[in-house]
Design a protein around this ligand. Structure first.
Ligand code: NAG
Ligand code: NAG
Ligand code: NAG
Length: 307
């Protein structure tokens, strides 16, 4: 009898353990491209001045405990919901095949020609919405929390070179190939594969270490002398044009360059492109903090938050 009972309690112990574990989030399962967005937002949030830091804190829902990066992938999670279908063209820009240039009037629209409906238009839109936050107006047209999350996400997207890509291959999405031994596509290589391979090869998969290395490279390393120029831009329209033009230029020079559909990309592609990816994450973070500092802060004379 005793044996049966202890077997029973062992069984219930296992059951409790199993149920308990089932509710612990599994860190390995993540939405695609999450890592790049999380790093961009963490870098940005650490560079916020007190006013902007406070505004961000106020706008975030309590359950993220002040961590902007926890919601930086939200726009990817909701883009296919009916209510948010209007946002799906705001993640990217399609430019004419082989042109390797960005022209706002020509390129910033959705497939039906809806003006401004691209990542460059979205950044202007949500920056402008947030710049009204300080006035404390109860402008019910805008949800400032959503504006913050969209802006933070789209600042990541506009810096990912393949998010400003050619029209016919959907920014590399339809260029299927292999990344080392597994199937992937060119867009995904830039969204995620390069970041994960870098983390695995050099940082024992520790994303915090990778992020610290990126930060070290602009606080006193590799990019130290460039950081001030990253923030050069007199108004938000000029800023987004610059970011998008840089991306398509990098997409042509490093993304598409020499890539044939169906081929296998490995060490030489990885080694030469990884520095580009890391710099774009750094730039996205630094520039997101600049835009938030100007939108929420006193230094509005520089016009970045101009509406
Ligand atoms: C700007 O945001 C509003 C919602 O706040 C939306 O209706 C509009 O389509 C957005 N436009 C762009 C270009 O993002
Ligand atoms: C703003 O949007 C968030 C996220 O969609 C939502 O949870 C919140 O209730 C909205 N706030 C208002 C005032 O509508
Ligand atoms: C940081 O810079 C060093 C060279 O100074 C480089 O080897 C390293 O890959 C860089 N790390 C990142 C994440 O950019």
């Amino acid at each position: 009898m005793g044996g049966y009972r202890s077997l029973l309690s062992l069984f219930s112990l296992c059951l409790v353990l199993f149920l308990g574990l089932a509710f612990i989030p599994v860190p390995g399962v993540q939405a695609w491209s999450k890592e790049g967005h999380v790093m961009t937002c963490r870098i940005a949030q650490k560079l916020l001045e007190p006013e902007a830091a406070h505004a961000v804190q106020m706008l975030l829902p309590d359950y993220v405990d002040g961590d902007l990066s926890a919601l930086c992938v939200w726009p990817d999670q909701i883009r296919h919901w009916y209510r948010y279908r209007w946002t799906s063209s705001l993640h990217f820009i399609d430019t004419p095949d082989q042109a390797c240039t960005f022209d706002y009037q020509r390129d910033c629209h959705d497939p039906h020609g809806g003006k401004d409906m691209c990542v460059a238009g979205a950044i202007q839109n949500f920056t402008s919405q947030l710049s009204h936050y300080r006035e404390g107006t109860s402008d019910r047209r805008y949800n400032m929390t959503e504006a913050l999350l969209f802006l933070s996400h789209f600042m990541g997207d506009i810096h990912q070179p393949m998010h400003v890509g050619f029209t016919s291959d959907e920014g590399g999405n339809s260029i299927n190939l292999r990344w080392f031994r597994h199937k992937s596509n060119l867009h995904h290589v830039w969204d995620r594969e390069i970041i994960l391979t870098a983390a695995a090869d050099y940082y024992e998969k520790d994303m915090d270490q990778l992020q610290q290395d990126i930060e070290g490279n602009f606080t006193d390393g590799l990019w130290y002398d460039d950081v001030a120029s990253w923030k050069d831009c007199d108004n938000i329209f000029n800023c987004v044009n610059k970011f998008a033009a840089e991306s398509i230029s990098l997409a042509c020079k490093w993304g598409y360059e020499g890539v044939e559909p169906g081929e296998t990309l490995s060490d030489s592609y990885f080694n030469s492109r990884m520095p580009v990816v890391m710099k774009r994450i750094a730039q996205g973070g630094v520039r997101l903090s600049m835009i938030l500092n100007r939108a929420f802060g006193h230094s509005r004379g520089d016009g970045v938050a101009a509406t």
